[in-house]
Design a protein around this ligand. Structure first.
Ligand code: FEO
Length: 397
């Protein structure tokens, strides 16, 4: 019987030997509606080298793909660019199976791997600028701490111009296609990945891109650990990352809300009408139907965030606490916004939301609140809030 799981040729000597996870829908709180891939790469140099592994249950898939081009026991070097378990989970079992000469990781990666897998075979640290001779081919290492973990590093195969970037420039997208030009609808997933994983580290992203620019570093391909390999749009994905990292909000607003009896929803829709009347692109996201990670994605290029919550037991609605806590951790910048909501007795949630927006660094307008069902005056206030924010979005910032 033929083995259906094959390696995919990337260059004459680099093969994709990862795994595709079609089923995953939640990745530590990030909705992966289109699944993901765990990319591992095999360099067929004189010393065959494996870059990263896969999530533990996918070890058999990776081994089958490796076996389609080489006996896995021939692998001499293993590089761990990132110790998070979607890339290192299969490492302990792999090492028992293939017994390579050497395993390398960044200094922080060595510590992280030991803290994850307490009986792991010895792992050697490599430092910034260090390189390994693969037997004629050189693999050099660049430390990229906090992109997105302290241990993260890139490996670069100089002969082929392939940058193995671990999570950087990746996206969660399961596909039978391996290259960017074969997956034309990648834009939303790339933005979602940046918004949910990299946004808090935007200054580090900008410093990295600046360093690439100043040193004239221009890889022919970027091979990340999730999603397609960049061979056509290498410059485009770097340029998009630069734009996302700079966080210049556009004339776009995101309204997130939940509602108990439809009153906060009425205020949300009135504010949306006011924004739209001002020409602002407006995305309305009811939180009982929307995922926090999609809110983060929509907010990535938005200039405004409006948050509506009813008050329940003197607190904001739980769905709103969830999304606000999540967004705060992502440290979005340069947003304007406001709180709004309907209430029955004291309406504590509106101030709580406003305080959460201020704590997030959002430049806030006066909140809009009303008791029970909004009347025409309350709806007009919400509409005016939308218009005011739309006008502010057009001011130079
Ligand atoms: Fe794909 Fe940070 O792991």
């Amino acid at each position: 019987m033929k083995e259906p799981l094959k390696a995919v040729r990337i260059t004459d000597k680099v093969y994709w030997v990862g795994a595709v996870d079609w089923d995953i829908r939640d990745f530590h709180g990030y909705s992966t509606n289109r699944g993901t891939s765990y990319n591992a790469y095999l360099i067929l140099a004189e010393k065959p080298t494996l870059i990263d592994t896969v999530k533990a249950p996918f070890l058999p898939e990776m081994m089958a793909r490796i076996s389609s081009v080489i006996d896995p026991k021939a692998i001499r070097l293993v590089v761990s660019n990132h110790s998070e378990m979607d890339h290192s989970g299969a490492l302990p079992e792999l090492l028992k199976l293939i017994e390579p000469e050497k395993v390398v990781a960044s200094p922080a990666g060595v510590k992280a791997l030991r803290a994850h897998f307490h009986d792991l075979a010895p792992v050697q640290a490599v430092k910034e600028g260090e390189s390994l001779d693969l037997g004629g081919d050189r693999l050099s290492f660049r430390m990229t701490p906090m992109l997105h973990w302290p241990d993260s590093m890139f490996s670069y195969l100089e002969s082929d111009g392939v940058l193995f970037s671990n999570d950087a420039f990746g996206m969660h997208l399961a596909s039978l296609s391996r290259f960017d030009d074969e997956v034309p609808d990648w834009r939303y997933e790339a933005a979602k990945y940046y918004a949910n994983i990299l946004l808090p580290f935007s200054d580090i992203v900008l410093a990295l891109l600046d360093k690439f620019d100043k040193t004239g570093f221009s890889p022919k391909m970027i091979a990340p650990d999730h999603g397609p390999i960049w061979r056509k749009d290498v410059k485009m994905i770097m340029s998009l990352w630069g734009a996302w990292a700079r966080q210049k909000g556009t004339d776009k607003a995101v309204i997130v809300f939940d509602t108990m009896w439809g009153s906060t929803e009425k205020l949300a829709l009135a504010a949306a009408e006011g924004l739209a009347a001002g020409g602002t692109k407006t995305v309305v996201m009811p939180m009982r139907l929307s995922h926090r990670s999609d809110v983060a994605t929509e907010l990535l290029d938005a200039g405004a965030l409006l948050v509506g919550s009813p008050t329940i037991n003197r607190q904001m609605f739980p769905t709103m606490a969830d999304v606000l806590s999540y967004l705060k951790g992502l440290k979005p910048r340069s947003k304007i916004g406001a709180a709004f909501g309907s209430y029955g007795w004291a309406g504590e949630s509106i101030q709580q939301v406003q305080d959460a927006l201020v704590a997030m660094g959002v430049s806030t307008c006066e909140p809009v609140k009303c008791q029970y069902v909004p009347d025409a005056a309350a709806l007009a206030s919400a509409y005016d809030l939308g218009q005011k924010i739309s006008a502010k979005l057009k001011e130079p910032r």
